[in-house]
Write a protein that binds this ligand. Structure first.
Ligand SMILES: Cc1cc2nc3c(=O)[nH]c(=O)nc-3n(C[C@H](O)[C@H](O)[C@H](O)COP(=O)(O)OP(=O)(O)OC[C@H]3O[C@@H](n4cnc5c(N)ncnc54)[C@H](O)[C@@H]3O)c2cc1C
Length: 421
């Protein structure tokens, strides 16, 4: 799993400016901390002037040129990751602990578990880093006074995990979980199976949608989920809209305003103070390039092929205003990634978050599980199955708390294994 510097330095991505497929590739490479060159081209014919290898007759953009010159035409991110040597099969049939999710909580759990001698596998469905991996600058994580990008934090943690012997399976998703003879059996999306004596679920949350009728048409063609770190330079001199009033939206606004002509933050509520950290609020208020629209929602998207215009409704003044823009970034929180748990005995709350520890004794959850053991703080209603980070009911939704919970979960795993094996 060690990525060589040569691999990191020489990937080239060619595509049209408005291609959603090219955006998905750029976003994936950026989050994977793979240095790459983005070379916009008007069409596939223009590419022949830039590369020496012949282009097959029916080839399509985007094209990824790998180190060494191999070309991938209209590739999936799985095939790019595979070609770069980032995908492997499970090495063992059974592990001490399986960790699902490679965000801050999962990475932290992996580092602590492997460094304490547990045979550890970490399964991540996309790129390492989770939500944090999309953050342009995390400034409130202890020990980094100048801040660091989420992708850099994730890559450092990945290297640390690999150093301690964690097996990382990228581009794999747990789709179905069963408990057989006290062990967790998880089917992965590619048909392989992982068996583990204990498990930590750190599958985090997924961005919520705007819920607009044309949303899918413009997805990654003007409407982007997340903070869009890979797109900042492409928004030079553009009017960029960011939806959301939380820290991720605030950070994104400050990141984009360095290059964009103007950044408009579209906020559903009537203030930012209740949702945004004080240091971000201060900077946003003092930045002439950032405008905040309160009590507002995007209510319509339009454009031919790609996004060109949006309508914003002000619910207080009952006005609808039309704006020209090619870039909307949606940072409005999300839903937990826990559909894999739906057929298990793991108790979830109404929104789908995993309930752990003493929360399981709340009246609304108490009748939903056996009550036959005393769950540890991060233990779910199934013994040996722990949850850490944003996926947990009542979690704090910060990098530091996710990292802390990942480390703590490992202590509970040790206690569970000592008692049961
Ligand atoms: C843009 C942005 C900026 C932020 N900035 C800050 C900040 O400055 N400071 C701060 O403290 N917090 C910040 N946050 C919040 C912080 O990033 C989250 O609280 C933190 O990432 C939660 O970590 P996690 O590991 O619990 O979950 P996540 O980061 O959500 O990671 C979950 C991982 O699990 C994977 N996954 C999901 N389902 C499966 C499955 N079935 N199988 C395998 N893998 C799966 C996902 O792909 C993902 O990689 C920010 C969030 C965003 C979006």
């Amino acid at each position: 799993m060690e990525r060589t510097k040569a691999v990191l330095n020489t990937v080239k991505v060619y595509g049209t400016m408005e291609s959603s497929e090219a955006y998905i590739i750029r976003d994936f490479l950026k989050r994977s901390v793979a240095a790459f060159d983005w070379i916009p081209v008007p069409d596939i014919n223009a590419l022949q002037h830039l590369i020496t290898a012949p282009i097959p007759e029916y080839a399509n953009l985007p094209v990824v040129e790998l180190p060494g010159g191999k070309l991938l035409f209209d590739p999936s991110i799985e095939s790019i990751a595979f070609s770069l040597g980032w995908i492997s099969k499970p090495k063992h049939t059974e592990y001490d602990v399986s960790i699902f999710g490679g965000g801050p909580a999962g990475l932290s759990a992996a580092v602590y578990a492997a460094s304490e001698g547990l045979r550890t596998v970490l399964v991540e469905r996309e790129a390492i880093g989770g939500q944090a991996g999309t953050s342009s600058l995390i400034e409130n994580y202890l020990g980094f006074p100048n801040g660091l990008s989420g992708a850099e934090l994730a890559e450092r943690a990945r290297q640390q995990a690999v150093k301690f012997g964690v097996e990382i399976l990228l581009m794999r998703r747990g789709v179905n979980a069963k408990f057989i003879a006290n062990k967790l059996h998880v089917d992965l999306v590619d048909g392989s199976k992982i068996i583990a004596r204990a498990n930590i679920s750190a599958t985090g949350v997924e961005y919520s949608r705007l819920d607009l009728p044309d949303e899918n048409r413009y997805l990654d063609k003007g409407v982007y989920y997340g903070a869009g770190s890979s797109e900042v330079l492409l928004c030079t001199d553009e009017h960029v809209f960011i939806v959301g009033g939380g820290n991720s939206a605030g950070q994104a606004a400050l990141n984009f305003c360095r290059y964009a002509k103007k950044v408009t933050l579209v906020v559903r509520g009537s203030d930012l103070a209740s949702t945004l950290s004080f240091y971000l609020l201060n900077r946003i208020q003092n930045n002439k390039n950032i405008e905040v629209l309160f009590n507002s929602n995007i209510t319509a998207l339009s454009g031919t092929g790609t996004l060109n215009e949006i309508n914003i409704t002000d619910h207080l003044n009952h006005t609808i205003t039309n704006y020209s823009t090619r870039f909307v970034f949606v940072c409005i929180g999300g839903k937990p990634n826990t559909t894999w748990a739906k057929d298990t005995a793991i108790v979830r709350d109404e929104a789908g978050y995993l309930v752990t520890g003493t929360d399981l004794y709340e009246p609304s959850f108490k009748s939903k599980w056996s009550n036959s053991f005393t769950p540890a703080f991060l233990e779910t209603s199934v013994p040996g199955c722990f949850a850490a980070g944003d996926v947990r009911h009542n979690s704090i939704k910060r990098v530091a708390s996710a990292v802390g919970e990942g480390a703590m979960a490992v202590t509970f795993v040790h206690r569970y294994l000592t008692k049961n094996y």
